[in-house]
Ligand binder design. Structure first.
Ligand SMILES: [Zn+2]
Ligand SMILES: [Zn+2]
Length: 364
């Protein structure tokens, strides 16, 4: 992570309303946070909606030892809002535009990853929340707030036909599933498996369908079967405990996206792949997966992982979703219901993403 090389910078700041966790066990509560006045390359955004990602919950509860949480913690990296001010050097946006911010708000811009447009793999990237804030000191604060200021390169355009509450989750769940499908050549006519129908999985189904593929959803839950078909994306639904059904599909998939973060046997999914097929993990269970070498060797299959997407590709994904009218299935909540939503999210009791209506924060 970047050191605070600019922390001595005298940047004017203003106060924004937000919701924060004071420690790993406390509920989220109202707070006032500082935001920097927009500099010449900055875009100031009035936040209209912010999706609730599983990462928000993990971070608030300090469950990721690799990135310890600094409190107070203001989560939120699925941000959609209206531009209220731009710096003198900003040409891409003007006041009044609808804009979006995802998981990243900065990177060094000159490492090999940044040069290739893979800001999400930059060793010096700044995450939207809980990353060192080079402008104000402390850590960055995310989208559970009425306002945010972000460098223009990391601000995205939202197609005007998309419902904004449902568009917010595209900024993490959408790009996390779109990026590996693009990387592994998922195109019209391919057979794609989606393991797990949650926040990520339901986006994967919609995107894979719009790419013209044959989509098969693997789920443990019978009651999600109807949903998967109703969404208009899944061509088939397989209950993964049914070994006969699983066997029927062996060796037939070009690509499988595994979005499950609970412990499970990935070999039964690897065996679904055809020769040179790929399975990408976007779910992260606590315990390491056991991989049988023969699951990979026999058909030169590959297993990989993927993390969100670069800025250019995130814009490409938003434009693709605009063209195909894709948004997340959301349950819109006022910010005051955030703790209830977290409880439900921890039990996977949401279809399929919560989206916070930030107008509720203003009236508070
Ligand atoms: Zn996320
Ligand atoms: Zn970089």
């Amino acid at each position: 992570m970047t050191t605070t090389q600019f922390s001595s910078e005298e940047r004017n700041r203003y106060k924004a309303k937000a919701y924060a966790a004071a420690n790993a066990n406390s509920p989220l509560a109202s707070i006032t946070i500082p935001r920097r006045d927009p500099g010449e390359h900055d875009v100031q955004i009035e936040i209209l909606f912010c999706g609730i990602c599983h990462s928000d919950l993990h971070t608030v509860r300090n469950e990721w030892s690799a990135i310890p949480t600094v409190y107070p913690c203001v989560p939120g990296h699925e941000i959609v809002g209206r531009v209220t001010k731009v710096g003198s050097e900003v040409t891409k946006f003007k006041s009044g535009d609808i804009a979006a911010v995802g998981c990243l708000v900065d990177s060094d811009g000159n490492c090999p990853e940044c040069q290739a447009g893979f800001e999400q793999y930059c060793p010096n990237m700044t995450l939207t929340y809980n990353s060192p804030d080079v402008h104000l000191g402390g850590v960055t604060y995310g989208g559970y707030s009425d306002s945010i200021v972000v460098k223009d390169h990391f601000v995205l355009r939202v197609p005007s036909n998309l419902d904004l509450a449902g568009a917010a989750p595209l900024l993490c769940a959408g790009i996390t599933t779109y990026s590996p499908m693009r990387h592994w050549g998922v195109t019209k006519g391919k057979k794609v498996g989606v393991v797990g129908l949650g926040g990520l999985g339901h986006m994967a189904v919609k995107i894979a369908h719009a790419l013209g593929t044959h989509v098969v959803v693997f789920t443990t839950s019978l009651n999600k079967k109807e949903d998967a078909l109703r969404m208009g994306g899944a061509d088939e639904v397989v209950i993964s405990r049914n070994t006969d059904q699983m066997r029927k599909h062996e060796g037939s998939f070009d690509f499988v996206l595994d979005a499950v973060s609970a412990e499970h046997d990935i070999n039964s999914y690897l065996r679904l792949l055809c020769h040179d097929g790929n399975m990408t993990l976007v779910g992260a269970p606590d315990k390491p997966h056991a991989v049988a070498a023969f699951s990979l060797i026999l058909k030169r299959r590959s297993l990989s992982g993927s993390n969100i997407g670069g800025i250019a590709q995130t814009q490409e994904m938003l434009d693709f979703c605009g063209k195909n009218n894709i948004t997340a299935d959301v349950e819109v909540i006022p910010i005051q219901k955030i703790n209830e939503a977290y409880n439900r999210l921890s039990k996977a009791d949401v279809k399929y993403r919560f989206s916070i209506d930030m107008a509720s924060l203003k009236s508070q």
